[in-house]
Design a protein around this ligand. Structure first.
Ligand code: NAD
Length: 354
């Protein structure tokens, strides 16, 4: 199983180094993986004048999975758009055909104080949002500006989903629910939107194939409310690109700690790109301050969702829980009474806990 390792910029190399150590520790225990690194983002531009150099893209295409750090930084902000590090991310997602974004929001009991919600509302939170990434109003045509019949300027977009696009993302939702609590909530705006009426119909149809999973439907406005009112009600949420964009950010903030949030983006065959939700944090880069746990947890997702090796993923997640219960904290999640450590010491602790 080959993993392309694209550390990127800012804190990227520091946090990816710790995730790599964790994977190597498992490799020395029998997990068969091969890691190969390549420059990406600003580092790709520095090395080859391109945020996604052809050699990096080739490696990502050949590999079974891709582990990314983060890209971007002030050094690259003045570059023309095609050379900007963020373009590397957009291009690699497109080139690899990644259409399903998986964002778990898990609240570790030790970090309950980091959430802005009351402990009794969020403790035990463990939800996963499956967001469609390539369709919807963000890409639908026609779109643009025009003058209307009254001669007034207007802007317009098109919300559009083909049946095949709905089917493949809802399938990911069901498959993911099977690996978790077997509850899937499909979120739409069926009371207003034709696209949503169609989405709900197709989702219901696919649901017949999965009697083991409890399928429910919810309007997006209600889902936004329930996420802050009773988030533990959810197991897996599947939704379109725009609703997923908003709800996944809302859900991730329930945990309160950006340094703890992993993510996955999958293609039709389960190949995936795994990365922390946060950016390259230039303000703390190179100072051994960054929290590597989001990246370490991303590598656990990689083992679960691309390699179907739940038992190894579980080992990483259990090790992370153990170091938190032992009181290890990077600065972003530090509270008095716990033990403040740097990026590499947090990596040491996770490897020791494995
Ligand atoms: P950011 O997520 O990098 O940082 C926001 C805040 O959170 C900062 O104070 C930072 O120090 C802190 N933070 C983030 N990750 C942390 C970690 N692991 N441990 C401890 N603290 C952490 O967002 P930003 O400041 O808006 O963006 C910085 C750069 O990252 C920009 O160039 C942006 O374009 C880029 N970016 C990249 C990605 C990506 O690679 N997928 C995503 C978002 C932003």
């Amino acid at each position: 199983m080959k993993i392309a390792v694209l550390a990127g910029d800012g804190i990227g190399p520091e946090i990816v180094a710790q995730a790599t150590r964790v994977l190597q520790a498992l490799a020395s225990d029998g997990l068969k993986i091969e890691l190969e690194a390549a420059p990406f983002g600003g580092a790709g531009y520095d090395a080859h004048g391109d945020p996604l150099p052809p050699s990096t893209l080739r490696l990502a295409q050949q590999a079974d999975a891709v582990l990314c750090g983060a890209v971007g930084g002030p050094k690259y902000d003045a570059l023309p758009r095609p050379q900007r590090p963020e373009q590397g991310i957009l291009r690699i997602r497109r080139e690899l055909g990644l259409f399903a974004n998986l964002r778990p929001a898990v609240l570790f009991p030790e970090l309950v104080g980091a959430s802005t919600l009351k402990p009794e509302v969020v403790s035990g939170l463990d939800i996963l949002i499956v967001r469609e990434l390539t369709g919807d109003i963000y890409f639908g045509e026609p779109r643009g500006r025009r003058s209307n019949a009254r001669g007034e300027r207007e802007g317009y977009d098109t919300m559009l989903y083909a049946e095949s696009e709905i089917r493949r993302i809802v399938e990911v939702g069901f498959q993911t629910a099977l690996k978790r609590g077997r509850k899937l909530c499909s979120v739409d705006k069926e009371n207003v939107l034709e696209t949503s009426r169609f989405w709900r119909e197709v989702a219901g149809d696919i649901g017949k194939k999965y009697p083991q999973v409890e399928l429910t439907h919810m309007y997006v406005d209600n889902a936004a409310m329930q996420l802050v009112r009773n988030p533990r009600h959810f197991d897996v949420i599947v939704t379109g690109n725009m609703f997923g964009d908003i709800l996944s950010d809302e859900a991730s903030m329930l945990t309160g700690s950006i340094g703890m949030l992993p993510s996955a983006s999958l293609d039709a065959r389960g190949k995936g790109l795994y990365e922390p939700v946060h950016g390259s944090a230039p303000d703390i880069a190179g100072r051994n301050l960054a929290n590597p746990l989001a990246t370490i947890l991303s590598s656990a997702m990689l083992l679960r969702y691309t390699f179907n090796r739940d038992e190894w993923a579980y080992r990483i997640e259990t090790a992370v829980k153990k170091v938190l219960s032992e009181g290890y904290r990077t600065a972003d999640i530090f509270e008095p009474g716990t033990r403040k450590v740097g990026t590499s010491e947090m990596g040491d602790a996770v490897v020791a806990a494995l």
